[in-house]
Design a binder for this molecule. Structure first.
Ligand code: ADP
Ligand code: ZN
Length: 779
């Protein structure tokens, strides 16, 4: 008997040994193939890791595998290897990692197999094939081996997979007593487009009728799940002109092209100021590599930027096959791309966000991370990984060029370049000679005053821009209407019951919302402390700013808002950006979403309304992040022929960050920041890890357990050469009903931190413990 090793793609994610069944020839089974494996009374989808395994020990019964889920393996060996590397680095199981990589539809035993025998084709659910009589199974086995069977995708099959989405923004015309309908609308607002199955599972049976009513009234759309969310977005936009590279661009392009075509792995940094034409270099490199027959991956930190690159690629590289892949796509669309890439080996251009890095592309010749400094390249939830590192690993295995591009590189990347570890290419001028905008500081009064968030000077500049028919962007990195709701009855502020954090008032939704766990409650509802019903909103979010400006500016000016709330509906983000590009509005208010990448030639003014927001966060990169955000936002202004101006509103004009923003002096900022980090022992001078420890509020022995664990960690840290700081209460000490603690780890290398993590889990008892290497979210 021959044995095979299989890793399961759902809990317990174990690696198990199975026997090869006698209803299929042995050579049907291939490494990297998805298979249906029995477990308990049911079955699971797994991935075949090895055949010809040694027989398991005596007394262990080995069950036979049920069926393969494809003829050609979905995952090439290099891909399994990549997953194994990530698993090792995360201290996680291979099954968990693969489950994080594969789209939902590729992990379910609901897939159906259709067999073409004599007479009519017969279809069976893959999971149910095990229950057939032996004779029938063998007959199907013969058909499979003869290639007379096909696997039908599970994603997009049946009404369960229909995709439900909002058709309009709140407030919705629904009676307050229609609880099921309101719950459904709120759910879609919080989760974006979801399948009917997921919706009904989350909200229970009343949601079925509510969904029918809402879709009848046109408030919710329902459409087949395997349909792409929007057709090729390039179709709708005007073709951007093609052009030759400028001499500056050409000088950078030549050595990069050589590196990309050399077949040897290397990492390069492209440091080019905003508007210097980095995108054209990406696309020309992609052209060279695709023409040489190798795939290219072009990744952006956000969906909006990926869409912009997608449009650019559509006009500049129409002759190459392209795939778009990002987190907002439906399960069906993702599955389709995944399969197409695994089946078709001709070189194509993949454009997407970080999750696209896990597509089964064989031997990419070029991987580009645009806006490489962006924190969104790190995934924090579920499968945690740093895209930069995954990209580096892929590039080094494939002999590819990894190109990191930014106007404000990550301090760590720039340090590597300065030390000569990665080649640096610089673009110092804007294409067409446009100058960087003049930046001015505007001091906001200390403490709170009533009135506008925009200072008189900023408002006046805004009014003139509007008068001249130009455009302005206004950055406020805080969504909602008001971040603090103060009860006039007792003076308490409204707080989330699960997180002990202030609730934000969202006027359009008529709700108070927790920005950390998603909890929300209708507004007004009585104060939880005194039952009072009168609240004083304090502070401003984007929603209020939009409202204020619409009131102040001349009628017909048009004010648009771009933030996570205004873009929940599929396609809405493109609509807003396109409308602003078409000059249907003169002012665009938004969170950091609008700071990046977008190119609006008529924007001549950028205002950072509350520039200090990120500066005082408990994070060693607070200054770096603020600097990057503001320099990027400033880069939105003056990209056309008219010069631009930038106003930075701050309560702390003495902060060292601003002088570098004003001069757009990246190198100066870098020197200063590096000095601070050297002194305080932060990356790039040490490796940093964050051990997160938490327990439920009601757990009485929790504090004592954290203390005991802390003592053990500090002791073990001494032996392993890891500095252990804490455990101390996390900056958000209570979240989703759990008390949270942080332990900061500093060491020369990652491995001792992983060792410490193994020890922490062994000693931690009931505490929930996780390790985040090179943490991006420090809250
Ligand atoms: P960056 O990404 O560096 O901020 P972009 O790639 O968005 O800059 O380029 C800025 C603008 O200059 C874009 O509108 C782009 O189409 C245009 N552009 C880039 N390269 C050239 C060129 N060689 N000739 C003419 N226009 C160019
Ligand atoms: Zn909360």
């Amino acid at each position: 008997m021959t044995f095979a090793r299989v890793v399961l793609l759902s809990p317990p994610f174990a690696e198990l040994t199975y026997a090869l069944p006698d209803h299929l020839p042995e050579d049907t089974w291939r490494i990297g193939q998805r298979v249906v494996a029995p477990l308990g009374r049911g079955s699971r989808v797994g991935v075949l890791l090895a055949v010809d395994e040694p027989a398991p020990g005596q007394g262990i019964t080995v069950k036979p595998l049920v069926w393969p889920l494809e003829h050609e393996p979905l995952l090439p060996p290099a891909h399994l290897d990549l997953a194994a590397q990530i698993a090792k680095r995360q201290g996680a199981g291979l099954g968990q990692i693969l489950a994080g990589i594969l789209p939902q539809g590729l992990r379910t035993t609901q897939a159906r197999i259709r067999f073409f025998g004599e007479g009519k084709p017969v279809e069976h659910r893959a999971g149910s094939l095990a229950g057939l009589p032996a004779e029938e199974r063998r007959e199907f086995g013969r058909l499979w081996a003869a290639g007379r069977a096909e696997v039908r995708a599970a994603g997009g099959a049946g009404p369960e997979a229909d995709l439900c989405a909002l058709a309009g923004d709140p407030p919705w015309p629904v009676r307050p007593a229609a609880h099921a309908q309101i719950a459904l609308l709120e759910y879609l607002l919080a989760h974006g487009a979801v399948t009917r199955g997921k919706l009904l599972a989350a909200l229970g049976p009343p949601a079925g009728r509510a969904l029918a009513l809402l879709s009848e009234r046109g408030l919710v759309t329902v459409r087949p799940g395997d349909e792409a969310p929007c057709a090729d977005p390039a179709g709708e936009c005007a073709a951007s002109p093609t052009f030759d590279l400028t001499p500056d661009q050409a000088a950078v392009f030549a050595p990069l092209r050589e590196a990309a075509l050399s077949g040897a792995a290397s990492t390069h940094l492209l440091f080019g100021i905003t508007g210097s034409g980095k995108t054209a270099i990406y696309l020309e490199l992609a052209r060279a590599v695709l023409a040489a027959g190798k795939p290219v991956m072009l990744l952006a930190p956000e969906v909006a930027l990926a869409l912009k690159l997608w449009k650019d690629a559509a006009t500049h590289l129409p002759e190459f096959r392209r795939h778009l892949f990002h987190g907002y796509q439906s399960a069906g669309a993702k599955e389709k791309t995944f399969r197409e890439l695994s089946e078709n080996l001709s070189a194509s251009l993949i454009i997407g966000t970080r999750s696209a890095l896990f597509l089964p592309v064989e031997r990419p010749g070029l991987i580009i991370l645009d806006e490489e400094h962006d924190a969104s390249f790190k995934q924090d939830e579920g499968l945690t990984y740093q895209a930069k590192e995954v990209a580096w690993y892929r590039a080094s295995r494939a002999g590819a060029l990894l190109l990191l591009g930014s106007a404000t590189p990550d301090v760590k990347s720039f340090h590597a370049a300065r030390e000569g570890r990665i080649p640096l290419h610089t673009l110092e001028h804007r294409v067409g000679g446009g100058t960087l905008p003049g930046v001015e500081l505007v001091q906001l009064p200390q403490g709170r005053v009533d009135g506008n968030l925009l200072a008189p000077r900023s408002l006046e500049a805004l009014a003139r821009v509007v008068e001249r028919g130009e455009q302005a962007v206004i950055l406020l990195n805080r969504r909602g209407w008001a971040p603090v709701m103060y009860c006039l009855g007792c003076g308490a502020t409204a707080k989330c019951p699960h997180c002990d954090i202030g609730l934000t008032y969202h006027k359009g939704r008529e709700r108070l919302v927790c920005h950390y766990c998603g909890f929300s409650t209708p507004f007004p509802s009585p104060c939880s402390a005194c039952g009072g019903l009168t609240f004083l909103p304090m502070g401003e979010g984007t929603e209020k700013l939009e409202e204020e400006l619409s009131g102040i500016l001349p009628a017909g000016t048009g004010v648009l808002r771009l933030d996570r709330d205004s873009t929940r509906r599929p396609g809405r983000m493109e609509e807003i950006l396109d409308a602003f590009a078409r000059k249907e509005a003169q002012v665009l208010v938004g969170t950091q979403m609008l700071s990046k990448g977008h190119h609006f030639p008529d924007v001549t003014l950028a205002v950072a309304a509350d520039a200090d927001l990120g500066l005082n966060l408990p994070d060693y990169r607070a200054a770096e992040r603020t600097f990057q955000l503001l320099l990027q936002s400033a880069g939105r202004a003056g990209r056309g022929t008219a010069p631009g101006r930038v106003f930075i509103q701050t309560r702390d004009p003495g902060h060292y960050c601003w002088e570098y923003v004003i001069r757009a002096d990246y190198a100066g900022f870098y020197e200063r920041e590096l000095e601070v980090r050297r002194r305080r022992r932060y990356p790039p001078f040490v490796r940093l890890g964050l051990l997160r420890v938490s327990f439920p509020v009601e757990e009485s022995g929790g504090f004592a357990a954290v203390d005991t664990l802390g003592a053990a960690l500090r002791q073990a840290g001494k032996d392993l050469g890891v500095t252990v700081l804490g455990p101390a209460p996390a900056p958000l000490p209570l979240l989703k009903g759990r008390r949270r603690f942080h332990c900061l780890l500093k060491a020369g290398d990652w491995q001792p931190m992983r060792d410490l993590y193994v020890l922490a889990r062994a000693r931690g008892g009931k505490l929930r413990i996780s390790l985040d290497l090179d943490p991006v979210n420090m809250l």
